[in-house]
Design a protein around this ligand. Sequence first.
Ligand code: NAG
Ligand code: NAG
Ligand code: NAG
Ligand code: NAG
Ligand code: NAG
Ligand code: NAG
Ligand code: NAG
Ligand code: NAG
Length: 590
Amino acid sequence: MVWRLTRIVACCLSLFAVWFFFSEESPYAKYRVQGQTGQLVGDGVFKALAKDNFSWESISPTEELIWTDCYSDNQCARLKVPLDYANPDGTSAAIAMVRIHSGVPHDSASYRGPILINPGGPGGSGVDFVARRGVSLSTIVGPEFDIVGFDPRGIGRSTPKVSFFANRAEREIWSGADANGLSMNASVDALSRAWARGIVDGQLAGERDDGSLRFMNTDQTARDMLRIVQGHGHEKIQYWGFSYGSILGASFASMFPEHVGRLVIDGVADSENYFASEWSNNLIDADKVWMSFVDGCVTAGPDGCAFFAPTATELLSNVEKIYASLRARPIPIRTNTSFGIADYSMLRRAIFASLYSPYAQFPKLAHALSDLSKGNGTALFKMSETPAFECGCDPSQYRFESVREAGSAVLCNDGKRISPEYEGVVAHYENLSKNSSWADVWEPIRMTCLAWPDFPKNHFQGPFIANTSFPVLLIGNTADPVTPLWAAQKMSNGFAGSVVLTQDSPGHCSLAAVSLCTHKHIRQYFSNGTLPGPGTVCTVDDPLFPTSDLDVDANEKAQVALTLSQADRALLEAVRELAKTFDVRFPTAI
Ligand SMILES: *[C@@H]1O[C@H](CO)[C@@H](O)[C@H](O)[C@H]1NC(C)=O
Ligand SMILES: *[C@@H]1O[C@H](CO)[C@@H](O)[C@H](O)[C@H]1NC(C)=O
Ligand SMILES: *[C@@H]1O[C@H](CO)[C@@H](O)[C@H](O)[C@H]1NC(C)=O
Ligand SMILES: *[C@@H]1O[C@H](CO)[C@@H](O)[C@H](O)[C@H]1NC(C)=O
Ligand SMILES: *[C@@H]1O[C@H](CO)[C@@H](O)[C@H](O)[C@H]1NC(C)=O
Ligand SMILES: *[C@@H]1O[C@H](CO)[C@@H](O)[C@H](O)[C@H]1NC(C)=O
Ligand SMILES: *[C@@H]1O[C@H](CO)[C@@H](O)[C@H](O)[C@H]1NC(C)=O
Ligand SMILES: *[C@@H]1O[C@H](CO)[C@@H](O)[C@H](O)[C@H]1NC(C)=O
């Protein structure tokens, strides 16, 4: 997701999720769209949004769903829900939603109701994702469904909203030059500084809480989803959740098994490990993805991969040389729009970030590494560029801006309390370092939770077991950097009749790659409830390092396309469009 990378608070803990905002000139800046990569800037869908003259403030939250036209052809609504479902007559909250209307009238016999989308996080905005990408999602699942994106409570345009800071400038100053986050291996005090910052974050969270913070969790959000479904006049959910959306989906299925109509969880995390605040088994396959870069580059040859070396060993040793060189001499960077330093942390983060979307990012990474080996850090810097902070004079302009700490709030509220002692952090880091080479970018995730306010932990935290009213479909990639296939298999054990569909690709979630096979299975599951056979493995249709011979490539694609039905061609194009920009981070808060 894109634009101007905000610096976040929890910079230390925001190692790889970079939040960008659309440029200031956009009238849409009023409720700025946030996201995690710069690729969508100026993209067609967003430009359409930018022309929009719609204000969320003009909608009053209501208990029934009332849709107002927004974002060109779409509709928006704010659903009034209890802030605390244990006290339904108390204070209320408002959930912001956007809908891509089905291609068939709602009174038609073929209309199949809404599919709710969660784009991951915690902290990701479903409104942004669906407003920008909903049309492609609709092409995948078919025209019989509405596509509904919502900002989970506390996030983006949903109110009350999580914020630990008095204003945007305060947030920006706190994040400072570390805005992009540090590798815990960048210096001797990187870990201890991250710990100290985390303590401050937790204290601010407590001090600036207006009383609503404790209700920003997955349990209450699952209840909101049921309200959204019921607001549509349905009793059973249809849902496609990515990444953190798998934790939300698994929670929903366990809490409301009789309300499952269709439920796809894609990029599946081990929910037990998440609720235990362990964050210890996410990276099992991260090195497999990294090695797919290394081996893919060697195989692609000098024309296919800019960072080519004849063997994996040589390539890895070239990367080590760059690490050492950046440690010894960070590269000062001045571009025509910004300035900064290309350093060790930036490279670690850029590599780790590219593991989420290898098809979109590996060629860029190869180019950046190749330039770095010649002492040029500009391409690396551009991969992670943070445009200058512009302080809005009118705070109301930023009322609906997504802020990074919202995601931290959800994961700290959800997770088991962790000890604020530095020794505990060191022990956790040592454990993680023993079994993953990416511990340095992963460790900061829990830091905001160290001094988290002592809220009661009486929300749903498992067990993740259920006989659901319709079997759950889980999707896992053979090499997902943060939600390993193993976790999909583990979670599937709890859900009677569920099936794991395996996509044989690197990257985070199915949409990181282009696979007609995967997405036809998803379509069939939604449209007529057909589950893939147990053990189904889908291959992908596009290469990791596109051949330099574009004519051959285009020719092959044309050949394949000829054999496809019109519906399959449309589906393939929709997936290609999504794969180019799909960049769901888990968690968004890092
Ligand atoms: C946008 O809406 C505001 C008030 O809501 C109105 O004053 C303005 O003229 C509108 N602009 C366009 C381009 O429609
Ligand atoms: C830290 O960096 C050093 C030198 O680059 C490297 O040898 C070591 O493996 C790294 N440790 C971790 C935990 O990343
Ligand atoms: C790391 O340790 C955790 C907890 O002991 C374990 O579940 C996980 O599988 C390990 N990861 C790797 C990559 O070995
Ligand atoms: C910066 O340079 C790039 C190409 O080098 C160019 O496309 C872009 O328009 C320039 N931006 C500004 C603000 O000058
Ligand atoms: C560094 O690489 C950029 C392209 O990313 C290029 O525009 C620039 O001229 C290079 N700088 C030097 C000093 O070669
Ligand atoms: C580190 O690993 C050991 C052995 O698996 C375990 O007992 C301990 O609880 C772990 N510590 C942390 C902080 O995760
Ligand atoms: C699911 O149904 C089976 C068979 O009726 C039963 O034994 C099991 O306890 C049920 N599981 C749950 C979680 O309700
Ligand atoms: C389900 O739909 C797919 C096409 O979407 C079709 O190939 C399949 O045969 C259908 N299955 C059933 C049981 O109707």
